[in-house]
Ligand binder design. Structure first.
Ligand code: ADP
Ligand code: MG
Length: 334
């Protein structure tokens, strides 16, 4: 942590008052009491998700505090977007080794800036001393359609659906490796990639898709496991074009002169992690609606594959030839 001005006079409650208490616009009651109050709109479902960021595991100790604040909320908003939920409010549970003004103020600003931009009220939380750790819980809402849920679930994929991904992939991984000293990047490439790692933009697309068609989303493996004819059943599978995925590495288009082997682009894009993009499926009949929703949300989306009845993921190159790729999502305890 940088900065020298401690704020001992503030104490826990002073600190909360000064940095973590914000006026609310959509909640019925914000921070300050034992509970905050949300008043769900009639005809809506409430969507809830938590994500924790731990120093040394999810971010470097010397990360810019404004960016850390942004990311702590952004990764949670990404889960709401993935479900097709509109952000409503969030709480922040935070453990701080010490209360330093020069660090706390920009942290709170980073959180509040994204909260304001997405119309998401900061309604409370918890603050304790301890190893640096931020846990945000977000609340969002999803309109019911004639009493039926419109949430985009991992179980929503159907054979024949097109698989889409939003935005760019793999750049965050590139930045991570550079910051870990594992690779050297030209300065402007690092700056660009680092923005992707530290400032993932909110994707408002999930809501747009949910309104227009009935479709699922998210990681191929998970879709495969969860989607199927029977609840908890065998599941569907997917064919994924690894070259279409590799083409999504942002650096490739932003800095075309920075040439890398194809295998490297594929690896970063397929297994890099920390991208906070949306992966979803929609039937081919919805293709025009997906394009329209993407345009409205100003979020580019790209087809990368197809859902099939046969379980498992089959990786192919742009010519349709089978490609060997071992895909595993990150497991903290593996
Ligand atoms: P408790 O004794 O139940 O832990 P606190 O005294 O910690 O409650 O919290 C007092 C008020 O300050 C509560 O309304 C709580 O929501 C709010 N608060 C505490 N920490 C945070 C935080 N990190 N962000 C926003 N509000 C917070
Ligand atoms: Mg407390």
């Amino acid at each position: 942590m940088k900065g020298v001005t401690r704020c001992p006079a503030l104490g826990e409650f002073g600190l909360i008052e000064r940095y973590f208490r914000r006026p609310v616009r959509r909640a019925a009651l914000g921070g300050g009491d034992d509970c905050a109050l949300l008043r769900p709109r009639a005809g809506y479902e409430l969507a809830v998700s938590s994500d924790m960021l731990v120093a040394g595991r999810h971010f470097f100790d010397d990360v810019d505090p404004f960016r850390l604040g942004h990311k702590a909320l952004a990764v949670n908003l990404s889960d709401l977007a993935a479900c097709g939920a509109q952000p409503l409010a969030f709480t922040l549970a935070i453990a701080l080794p010490e209360a330093r003004e020069a660090w706390l103020a920009p942290l709170a600003d980073g959180i509040a800036a994204l909260a304001d931009a997405t119309d998401c009220d900061w309604i409370g939380g918890d603050t304790t001393k301890g190893p640096l750790n931020l846990c945000v819980t977000v609340f969002g809402d999803i309109p019911l359609a004639e009493g039926c849920s419109q949430a985009l679930l991992r179980s929503g994929a159907r054979a024949g659906d097109t698989v889409y991904v939003s935005g760019t992939l793999g750049d965050a991984r590139l930045a991570l490796e550079a910051l870990q000293g594992k690779r050297e990047l030209p300065a402007q490439v690092l700056r660009w990639a680092r923005d992707r790692l530290e400032m993932p933009p909110p994707r408002g697309l999930g809501r747009g898709i949910a309104w227009r068609c009935d479709c699922g989303h998210r990681s191929e493996r998970r879709i495969g496991r969860r989607s199927g004819p029977h609840p908890g059943g065998i599941g569907v599978g997917a064919v994924i074009d690894v070259d279409a995925v590799a083409a999504r590495v942002g650096i490739r288009t932003v800095f075309p002169e920075w040439v890398q082997p194809l295998l490297q682009w594929r690896e970063w894009a397929l297994s890099g992690g920390d991208d906070y993009e949306l992966l979803f499926t929609a039937p081919p009949a919805c293709a025009a609606s997906v394009t329209q929703a993407a345009a409205v949300a100003q979020t580019p989306v790209f087809p990368i594959g197809r859902i099939e009845a046969e379980p498992g993921v089959r990786w192919v190159d742009s010519d349709g030839r089978a490609v060997l790729h071992h895909h595993d999502s990150y497991d903290h305890f593996a």
